[in-house]
Write a protein that binds this ligand. Structure first.
Ligand code: ADP
Ligand code: MG
Length: 702
């Protein structure tokens, strides 16, 4: 591609109306270097100056207001740091005070007695009289009426402000920049989309996002630019997916004899509708001759394991091998033990490989994998080692996605030099649809959104610390019924020492309240050596311990069906998705399970919403949605590394409908014109060329 420079590459110091000093400040403080950078530095909010209020109309609840009036006179009050200048401002409906604590001498020099001004700021009321502290004050010139506008507020640094680059200066600079840029701004969306979604043009949108002509124009500008942003985000993800599909063939799994045998004779329960649907989606992928890259989302207990096993049968039936990789040894063991009975019943060889597999055993395993004698291998990261080679690996299932990176997935691909294995990634962390589309836009997504029938929903209650005696009573009652209890303490890195003290205090308290020999209380935390951890976990799993006091190390995947009570201490310190994950440790057996959220009395509004949500629902997707609303996408698991945060305007928590529209549009366009050669798609091509210079992966679709 040839380098074309455009107006948008103009360096800020060459830009008319800005000046080299301000340009340098913007370079240093905001990393803005070119006209293009500055134009894309959007305001983060607007001050509403679309109307003027009279003094009589002012209310304390107003975040800000602008008032037009006359500055009658002023005087100073107070001494030292309290010294202030108080101006009397009137508009015929009343009087108010304008108060300044800084810049007094300059003000006294420049203020005009009886001058007409517009004052803007937050009105405060004291004893029936309004005042504004440090108002913005603009003199009204006789020849120009003050403009009623929405004025942009930019994210500026303290240093910029001190050097007089404030919002007013920015707005002025933008106006000058936009006037110069106007003829250079070209449309980036095809006419068909603009028409279909009734979007405003690119030029108008860019102008109005900085300098809105009206609130209605601002809304349209935002809608248009968000659509564009999400459209290109999705276009890129989908294009990458198509390239991936095109470049990577996959084995065709057409034979289904093993499957039929399993369904007919061994299936332990009827599959849920969701499981059936997901299996159909997977099977369809495995018939295309292209590599499958699919994400399987399903809440804890929704039955992903059986889906994994059935998919493995498909691979084996067609002469391939399968592997299942889990993030921890405990989980790998659990999968192995869970799948073993099925594999035995089907006469299939199932092996396990983890860090603690003995060398001798390893040698045998390696051999059996290479000869094809071993059909299924379960394990941890140990599977990734180069010595682990298969005769024909056709399917790789990865459990708990967020612990494995892209690099590791790539390593799995390389395990089959002829045709890369189909990849199925399973996660129990529900991700709201909008987020999944963006985060995993290059994967196909299947969702199990239905629990097996007859599952008793976990009952969740919120209790204050004061009710501890009552909670202990409940625990005793459950233990008498033969159940086991988890008690979980938060562990937050910054205050690790304090947290461990909480944990050990809690453990000792529990030992006093549940004394030996009648009760056995165990403890489990991340600082214990692997052997002790394993020992404690095993004791609990065997039912030798009634209560396990633990940190969040038990969060991932541990399965003890007899444990039916989860007590979470200092629940206010956990995020929603973490609470939900923890709760998922119970409710795995046939007994009624309970989750008790313990907190102190002082709770923020957000915390209350988190607790209420937990009490109200067991649905992971619903919980993930609330979490997204509360925290925004940036804080959710896995999003930090995803490049997702390139979004400038769109907010995935709020802009779901725009995202869906943008994604569908991108999909249709790439399906009908994958090379983007149709004349009507020229705006897209041109835009990709323009941004392609900075974003390398686009070049691949040319
Ligand atoms: P997860 O999705 O958390 O991995 P599992 O696959 O471990 O869930 O399934 C949880 C439990 O539900 C297991 O005991 C499994 O045998 C059972 N199960 C799975 N699917 C069904 C079904 N369709 N009907 C009844 N029980 C099921
Ligand atoms: Mg599982």
């Amino acid at each position: 591609m040839t380098e074309r420079t455009t107006f948008f590459d103009t360096r800020l110091d060459y830009l008319k109306g800005l000046g080299p000093q301000r340009a340098e400040l913007l370079n240093k403080e905001l990393s803005l270097f070119t006209a293009g950078d500055l134009i894309q530095y959007y305001p983060f909010r607007y001050e509403d100056r679309t109307r003027f209020y009279t003094i009589a109309e002012l209310m304390e609840s107003m975040p800000s207001a602008q008032v037009r009036g006359r500055l009658r006179d002023w005087h100073t009050e107070g001494e030292g740091p309290k010294k202030r200048l108080v101006g009397h401002f009137t508009d015929g409906t009343g009087t108010m005070d304008l108060v300044w604590f800084q810049g007094l001498s300059w003000l006294e020099k420049t203020l005009r007695r009886d001058g007409e001004y517009v004052a803007f700021g937050k009105p405060q009321e004291f004893q029936g009289k309004f005042s504004i502290v440090h108002p913005e004050l603009d003199a009204i010139r006789p020849d120009a009426e003050p403009e009623a506008t929405l004025s942009p507020v930019y994210n500026l640094t303290e240093k910029l402000r001190r050097r007089f680059v404030d919002n007013k200066v920015m707005a002025k600079a933008m106006r000058s920049l936009l006037e110069q840029a106007w003829p250079h701004i070209s449309e980036t969306l095809p006419a068909s989309l603009i028409e279909k979604f009734r979007l405003v043009g690119k030029r108008e949108a860019v102008w109005n996002i900085h300098l809105p002509q009206s609130p209605a124009w601002l809304r349209q500008a935002e809608r248009r630019l968000k659509f564009e942003e999400l459209f290109y985000n999705q276009l890129r993800l989908i294009a990458n997916k198509l390239i991936q599909k095109e470049e990577h063939p996959g084995q065709v799994f057409a034979k289904t004899a093993l499957l039929a045998h399993f369904y007919k004779n061994l299936l332990p329960f009827p599959l849920t509708g969701a499981q059936q649907r997901v299996l159909r989606e997977i099977h369809k992928d495995c018939l295309t001759g292209r590599q499958m890259n699919r994400l399987l989302q399903g809440d804890v207990g929704s039955g992903k394991t059986i889906v994994a096993f059935i998919t493995m049968l498909l691979a084996i039936d067609n002469g391939a091998q399968a592997c299942l990789m889990a993030p921890t040894e405990i989980l790998a063991d659990q999968h192995y033990n869970g799948l073993k009975p099925f594999a035995d019943a089907m006469g299939l060889n199932l092996g396990i490989l983890t860090g603690s597999t003995k060398t001798k055993r390893r040698r045998v395993l390696h051999e059996e994998l290479q000869t094809g004698k071993m059909h299924i291998l379960v394990g941890t990261h140990a599977l990734l080692e180069d010595v682990v080679q298969f005769r024909n690996l056709g399917l790789c299932i990865i459990d708990e996605q967020h612990r494995f990176g892209v690099a590791q997935r790539a390593k799995m691909w390389a395990k089959n030099p002829v045709v890369p294995p189909h990849i199925l990634v399973m996660t129990a962390t529900p991700i709201p649809r909008t987020l999944a589309m963006t985060l995993y836009g290059n994967l196909d997504i299947s969702i199990i959104d239905e629990m097996p029938a007859g599952r008793k929903p976990i009952k969740t209650v919120h209790k204050y610390d004061k009710h501890r005696a009552e909670v202990f009573g409940f625990m005793r009652q459950q233990i008498e019924l033969g159940r086991q209890v988890y008690v979980v303490y938060p562990l937050i890195e910054e205050s690790e020492t304090l947290d461990y003290k909480d944990l050990t205090d809690g453990f000792e308290g529990m030992q006093r309240a549940f004394p030996q020999p009648q009760y056995q209380v165990g403890i489990l935390h991340g600082k214990m050596d692997p052997y002790s951890k394993d020992y404690e976990m095993t004791r609990f799993a065997k039912g030798e311990v009634n209560i396990l006091v633990a940190t969040t190390v038990i969060e991932v995947g541990v399965n003890v069906p007899n444990a039916s009570v989860m007590v979470i201490e200092s629940a206010e310190r956990f995020g929603l998705s973490q609470l939900h994950q923890l709760r998922g440790r119970v409710g795995r057996g046939s007994d009624q399970s309970y989750c008790v959220l313990m907190t102190g009395y002082k709770l923020s509004a957000d915390t209350k919403l988190r607790l209420e949500t937990m009490v109200r629902t067991n649905n992971g997707f619903e919980i993930a949605d609330v979490d997204l609303q509360l925290r925004g996408p940036g804080d959710l698991a896995g999003t930090q590394q995803s490049g997702l945060m390139d979004l400038r305007l769109a907010d995935l928590a709020k802009d779901g409908p725009v995202l869906t529209a943008a994604r569908e549009s991108a999909q249709i366009i790439l399906e009908t014109d994958p090379q983007l050669i149709l004349p009507e798609h020229a705006p897209i091509r041109n835009h990709i060329d323009a941004i392609g210079r900075t974003q390398s992966d686009w070049s691949r679709i040319s």
